[in-house]
Design a binder for this molecule. Sequence first.
Ligand code: ZN
Length: 344
Amino acid sequence: MRATVFHGTRDVRVEEVPDATLREPTDVVVRVTHACICGSDLWPYRGELLIYGETGRTGHEFMGVVEDVGAEVRTLKKGDRVIAPFAFSDGVCEYCSGGLHTSCVQGGYWGAQNDGGQGEAVRVPWADGTLVKLPGEVDLTDSRLAAAVATLTDVMCTGHHAAVSAGVGPGATAVVVGDGAVGLCGVLAAKRLGAERIIVMGRHEDRLAVARTFGATDEVRERGAEAIARVQELTGGGAPHVLECVGTGQATETAIGVCRAGGTVGHVGVPAEPISLMDVYGRNIALRGGVAPARAYQPALLADVLAGVIDPSPVLDVTVGLDGVPGGYAAMDERRAIKVLVEL
Ligand SMILES: [Zn+2]
């Protein structure tokens, strides 16, 4: 089969790899119909955090059709269409039972030595605990709907995790740091949870336009101390709910700086740089969040996507085929795309 393999900085290639096959009786094999390229895929692509090892399979966002089923799989059969969260999990351990599938004692992540999502097929361990089945009547030939559903593999769940971790509820004032795909989904998630005022911090006009359609009420284009002062001014001393959706040191410091004393920062960006906790300490700011347990959120968010309550599809503004994946990485790296959908 063909799949994307990481070879080094700005070097990903689509090449022949061994077929995805069953290994354990709890596995299934999924033929991938749609995958995405993630902002966090750009870390290794830029030669920073090597989440796929020195060289390994890439991609952790995919959905498709079950093609082969292990003998101990109970809830899935050949032909079922499924979405995968960006980590696999057994669904039964204490962490999975508590909704924290990303800490599953038998879980793990796609890519590197495991099959990656940016390929023709994936061996899925612990399939019953990992995959979410799509209702039979869902028409994925509708490319807008397919894109909306594809965001549930990661970014929409991650944006939602930021909003939940920041404690956003009805009538809330929330600030979203970052106008990438996760930040934009954070705006949509805050809106879905009933936030009344949503201040988005970013400076890319095309992305801020999407943020407005997702429910953003204010935009702050400044950066650093200027941005913090602007938000303090807009909110009369800071916002009680802040979504940090980037992960850089500056973004995290900005998130803390715009937070109201006693407020909460929900952070979901991969924390690439260390930060000081002095301000967190001094103003009793709660830091909550982390890697999003997408599997816990998928059923409810899927229902709302299918019911048309939310439509995150505009974050996927470029579509490529499998051979277009290397070009897709370059487009995201150079900010010519917010996020890339791969149609197989
Ligand atoms: Zn588990």
